[in-house]
Design a binder for this molecule. Structure first.
Ligand code: URA
Length: 181
């Protein structure tokens, strides 16, 4: 564990703890306010994120930005990170060993940011943070408190691109987060 951002980010930038390092263009570390009360955790970088080194800048990210705008959430005021920091090839889900290898970075980010609320975007984030026993369909929209942090699981923004009906849930869940803030 590092007690400062510089060392943590430097360590992550040269990480070779799993095979994803072989094909990545950039380590996608995280972005936003490092003292945010609200944090978002996604799954892993896609092609656009890998190219730019910034989370949620592709199609799913643009949709998330639109939801933020609608609800008055400023992207620069929250902190955004992913379960894995390097792009899984063909945008497949991260494997368990890849997620496990990467999780210490995320845990360290959470310790440094000290968010009050964490929004878990999709099943991969939910299962890796709260446990494999959680399912996104049953858990989304419901607060879960663990070790002084409030978690709100919701759909991954990419799921909204595949199924428009999920947009209503997503907005409702983020509205509840906004209310609680
Ligand atoms: N999907 C994610 O889970 N994270 C990103 O950064 C982009 C797309």
């Amino acid at each position: 564990m590092f007690d400062n951002w510089d060392e943590l980010e430097k360590e992550a930038s040269k990480c070779r703890k799993c095979g994803l390092c072989e094909t990545r263009k950039n380590v996608v570390f995280g972005v936003g306010n490092k003292n945010a009360d609200l944090m978002f955790i996604g799954e892993g970088p896609g092609a656009d994120e890998d190219a730019q080194g910034i989370p949620f800048v592709g199609k799913a990210g643009k949709l998330m930005n639109m939801a933020f705008e609608m609800l008055g959430i400023k992207r620069e005021e929250v902190y955004i990170a992913n379960i894995v920091k390097c792009r899984p090839p063909q945008n497949r889900n991260p494997k368990d060993d890849e997620a496990k290898a990467c999780l210490d970075y995320l845990r360290n980010q959470v310790i440094l940011v000290k968010p009050k609320i964490i929004v878990l975007l999709g099943s991969v984030a939910l299962k890796n943070i709260l446990g494999q026993e959680y399912g996104i369909t049953a858990s989304r929209g419901k607060w879960i408190e663990k070790k002084g942090i409030l978690y709100m699981p919701t759909w991954h923004p990419a799921a909204l691109l595949r199924d428009e009906t999920k947009k209503i849930d997503f907005i409702r869940d983020l509205k509840e987060v906004k209310r609680r803030m």
